[in-house]
Design a protein around this ligand. Structure first.
Ligand code: UN1
Length: 509
């Protein structure tokens, strides 16, 4: 369609029937299985992408290792300068890349552009970090001795990313990994190959201009077989995986069994708790964005809503009003707030979730059915299950389905917040500082993200991002996340003329 070709044309991506090379390790290639990029809004095939054959994956891994050996010897601030140039190149294509995200993934325009901005932001962070990859000097118990904690580059990072953030999550990993002096090899979701090709073209352009091996930021598109080979390869020192708990469990075990490092970012089943003193004019729109934004397809989407009994009727009336005004539309159209689900399979899963809720006696307040016609559009749904806890609440449904329950005491709501296996994000709405203390303290939310008067989704890059429990405990982007992307050495150095043993041990023969 002309809609698609104008988005693709702006990034010099030819449209079907051309087959695009989907592998980059310094050169573009691809002779493996053909991946189809399908537009979730129209169902049209946007492109055919030639994925990595086993031999190409093998070669790419070798080149990535060589690239690491080259890259680790470049001083970190100089690496930062290259990240700065990547930041500039991405920012220059912010709108075009954002539109591609909307076209291929299906999220709305402002969120597609926002995702590119997230990559730009974390590049800025990584540029600064490149001058702050600091170790420590520790006092030794022995005279004339000093202990250093030294961070060195780790090696090769494998990034396996999900369809829902086809640009930003790679950005978090690549930028920090480059600052740390690693080479990175990316296996994106098989359903968003164009986003990964467009990003890699921009990044590789900068690398090539600076005479840096392209395999510092390699790309291997492909399906399960390519992902498995990456996960099992001893050439990959750390695997950063974003996706389902089911696959994450397999990835985690595999990497662990060869004693590699693994960073998991798995399911979210995030709750918002609304206290009676909350400012509803802020809380209602925040829950609306959290549950319906990205059509409910963020790891951080709001999936559970706990309302204090006294404000529940008013809150629900106001929320339902916002839901009622939502219309599905083309995510490329700047006025659209509700885009499609990413795949037909996701629409089927939505249907299944609604059927499951109904069978368990839940009351459907709004939504409850897909939209007829083309595209993967479904009605955002608010449901009140028969019980306020139990199995229904424990699963992540990757669709705009919000479960609601009422509570009397904050302690009860916190107990429900913590009662699920997942632990990514959580949000409390109150103006009472005593509630805040409970919420962020030892008896508070057990999630990795614990917000107050801020919704569950839409985190900035400054803090480390990630979740606890079955979300996998991984941390990415800001904060201290970089410390996982290096190998640490404890170096005890003796400057003295004697060599005493620690702990006063005497081993004189
Ligand atoms: C994800 O859904 O995998 O906090 C990442 C957020 C975004 C990132 C979400 N900054 O919602």
């Amino acid at each position: 369609s002309s809609r698609a070709s104008s988005v693709l044309g702006a990034l010099d991506i030819p449209t079907t029937p051309t087959e695009l090379p989907g592998v980059y390790d310094g050169e573009w290639k691809g002779s493996g299985d053909i991946l189809q990029s399908v537009c979730p809004t129209t169902g049209e095939v946007l492109a055919h992408v030639k994925s990595a054959s086993p031999a190409e994956l093998h070669a790419a891994l070798e080149r990535t290792r060589d690239a690491y050996v080259h890259f680790r010897s470049i001083p970190a601030p100089r690496r930062g300068e290259i990240i700065r140039q990547i930041r500039e190149a991405l920012a220059a294509k912010r709108e075009e890349l954002g539109a591609l995200v909307s076209l291929e993934m299906g999220k709305i325009r402002t969120e597609g552009v926002g995702e590119v901005q997230e990559f730009v932001d974390v590049c800025d962070y990584a540029v600064g970090l490149s001058r702050m990859l600091n170790g420590r000097v520790i006092n030794s118990e022995r005279p004339g001795h000093t202990i250093l904690e030294v961070p060195n580059p780790l090696g090769v990072l494998g990034v396996l990313s999900a369809f829902n953030f086809p640009v930003a999550v790679y950005g978090w990993n690549l930028s920090i990994s480059m600052a740390a002096g690693n080479a990175t090899i990316w296996k994106p979701s098989p359903t968003t190959p164009l986003c990964s090709i467009a990003v890699t073209r921009i990044v590789s352009g900068v690398l090539e201009k600076n005479n840096i091996p392209g395999a510092v930021a390699g790309l291997v598109t492909g399906g399960k077989d390519v992902g498995e080979a990456l996960v099992q390869s001893r050439d990959v020192d750390m695997v950063s995986f974003t996706g389902s708990e089911h696959v994450g469990r397999i990835v985690g075990k595999n990497v662990q069994s060869r004693f590699g490092k693994v960073l998991l970012e798995l399911g979210g089943n995030n709750a918002a708790i609304i206290m009676p003193d909350a400012d509803l004019s802020l809380a209602v729109p925040a829950v609306f964005f959290g549950s319906v934004g990205t059509a409910g397809q963020r790891c951080t989407s709001t999936r559970r809503l706990y309302l204090h009994r006294t404000i529940a009727p008013e809150f629900l009336a106001r929320l339902q009003k916002l839901y009622g005004a939502l219309k599905p539309g083309d995510p490329l159209d700047a006025r659209t707030l509700l885009g499609p689900l990413h795949t037909r399979a996701a629409v089927d899963a939505y249907d299944g979730a609604i059927a499951e809720l109904q069978a368990a006696g839940s009351q459907i307040l709004v939504g409850g059915a897909r939209f007829d016609g083309g595209g993967n559009f479904v009605r955002p749904t608010i449901a009140v299950p028969a019980a306020a806890d139990g199995a229904l609440w424990a699963t992540e449904r990757f669709a705009p389905v919000l479960l609601v329950a009422e509570f009397e005491e904050l302690e009860q709501a916190i107990a429900w917040n913590n009662a699920v296996p997942q632990g990514l994000s959580s949000s409390l709405w109150t103006r009472d500082v005593r509630n805040v203390g409970k919420w962020i303290g030892p008896a508070g939310s057990d999630a990795g993200i614990v917000n107050v008067n801020v919704g569950t989704s839409g985190a900035e890059i400054g803090a480390a991002f990630g979740g606890n429990k079955s979300t996998g405990w991984g941390r990415e982007s800001g904060g201290d996340a970089w410390k996982q992307y290096v190998r640490w050495s404890a170096c005890t150095i003796n400057f003295s003329d004697e060599a005493p043993l620690a702990q006063g041990v005497d081993f004189t023969p």
